[in-house]
Design a protein. Structure first.
Ligand SMILES: [Cu+2]
Length: 193
């Protein structure tokens, strides 16, 4: 004995046809979303790998501590003859050199920084000073600190087991105090000596 045959068995109709069409529409949309996300990943992966953020300014990691602008006695805040204020620092597992930076409030300060080992990064308090430090590249940005005060500068790129203890201090002081100190010594920092 066989089941009674329906008039159009196998061919969806009515509500089922509507549901099938909706399912198919969503399947197409989801595939398109996945394809565009994949395309974005491939583009940024290939493009950014060939062109790192900040500027493509390279530095030799192997001679970083021996010669060039990132030797230890050239680190800290420098007041150039042209009046530009440049802070140079190096990150390494698990500290920044110098450990304490001095900058003036209210005038542009240029940072030049790099890493000697892993990828590090830093952000200074609640300011917009925020960059990654990639070995072999010099990260450069210019910012102005609006207010005086002490800021913390933690590493914000996971760099190993000591990452959580990797941070420095930044003292933002008045321009008068800064220029008085800058004219007295070559490279400024607030590291206790
Ligand atoms: Cu870190």
């Amino acid at each position: 004995m066989s089941a009674p045959a329906t008039p159009d068995a196998g061919a969806p109709h009515g509500a089922e046809a509507v549901a099938n069409a909706a399912e198919r529409r969503w399947a197409v949309i989801v595939v398109l979303i996945m394809a565009s996300l994949l395309a974005m990943m491939v583009f940024t992966g290939v493009h950014w790998a060939a062109m790192p953020p900040s500027r493509v300014e390279t530095v030799d990691v192997n001679t970083l501590h021996i010669k060039g602008e990132f030797v230890e006695n050239n680190l800290g805040t420098a007041l150039g003859k042209d009046g530009r204020i440049v802070v140079r620092l190096v990150a390494q597992q698990y500290s920044f050199t110098p450990q304490c930076l001095v900058v003036p409030a209210g005038i542009p300060v240029t940072f030049r920084a790099t890493s000697s080992d892993a990828i590090h990064g830093f952000v200074i308090g609640r300011t917009n000073a925020n960059t990654m430090l990639v070995p072999g590249f010099v990260s450069t940005f210019t910012t102005t600190f609006p207010t005086q005060g002490k800021q913390l500068m933690p590493c914000h790129e996971y760099c190993g087991i000591g990452h959580e203890a990797m941070w420095a201090r930044v003292q933002v002081i008045s321009q008068e105090a800064f220029f008085a100190r800058a004219s007295a010594s070559g490279r400024l920092s607030c590291v206790a000596r």
